[in-house]
Design a protein around this ligand. Structure first.
Ligand code: OOG
Ligand code: MG
Length: 256
């Protein structure tokens, strides 16, 4: 028997206390992907019992750059809560994280509920706005190493997100240049096309994958499309900025 509540407590405590743990798969917990999603759901329930609310979902492994960096090739998703939001222009403290990295992303704001198999076009029709966004991922596992069930159980390394100004959804987001800077110097340069050829495919993927867990994307939720480039490790005192062509900029800084 796999003790889902016990494993959920392990990953939740690690995330809450920002403490490193060893991979579940190396600690005698060999989960199936479904059991890993059960652990994730239960660990987020624990956060909700502490007063957090669900604000959306994030997609992971939607670009080749991310798949190559992490050595995984399966699209996955995680849950976002209100406590994970960092305001545009805000500050974070590295002591609240284990070994955080940042990723340049695109965020969707849902206009209506969406669930199940939909085309990318149907997916964008359910959106009310689009924004440039930075995801701060922070695997709770030692050395940022994991297999697919490990990372799904750990809420796909979800830690924080910074969302920029919302734009009308009629902008063509197929191929927008994305530049992520540390202190004004480009550290990653990419395109929204790196996200499955078009970020709308990530949104359609989110709709399909949450339905497999009996859920739907809700009106008012944020959906993060996934990193367009490899993730970059944060350093004390760094100012991080993402500029996305036509969508604008989003930034935050790390306390020294
Ligand atoms: C898993 C999360 C991946 C993305 O945008 O691809 C992710 C990880 O790399 O730690 O957030
Ligand atoms: Mg991400």
């Amino acid at each position: 028997m796999t003790d889902i509540p016990h494993i959920a407590e392990i990953v939740d405590t690690a995330a809450h206390d920002a403490t490193e743990i060893s991979q579940l798969s190396l600690s005698g917990y060999d989960l199936t992907p479904q059991q890993a999603y059960d652990v994730q759901a239960e660990s987020i329930d624990r956060r909700m019992k502490r007063g957090e609310t669900l604000i959306g979902v994030k997609m992971g492994m939607t670009s080749r750059a991310k798949m190559i960096q992490m050595g995984l090739d399966e699209m996955m998703w995680g849950r976002l809560t209100d406590k994970m939001l960092v305001e545009d222009g805000g500050e974070i403290d590295l002591k609240d994280y284990v070994h955080p990295r940042v990723e340049p992303e695109i965020a969707f704001l849902m206009k209506q509920d969406l669930s199940g198999k939909v085309s990318p076009l149907q997916a964008v029709e359910a959106v009310s706005a689009i924004a440039p966004a930075i995801e701060i991922i922070d695997s709770r596992y030692k050395d940022f190493k994991f297999n697919v069930p490990d990372v799904i159980a750990d809420n796909t390394s979800s830690s924080s997100l910074v969302v920029g100004p919302w734009a009308k959804p009629d902008i063509n987001i197929a191929n927008l240049g994305m530049v992520m800077e540390f202190d004004g110097k480009a550290v990653e340069i990419g395109s929204s096309a790196a996200i499955l050829g078009h970020p709308a495919r990530a949104l359609a993927g989110a709709s399909r994958l949450v339905a497999e867990q009996g859920l739907s994307l809700k009106a008012g939720w944020i959906v993060m499309a996934g990193g367009a480039t490899a993730a970059v490790a944060l350093k004390p005192g760094v100012q991080v900025r993402l500029s996305v062509a036509q969508l604008g900029r989003v930034n935050f800084s790390v306390l020294p």
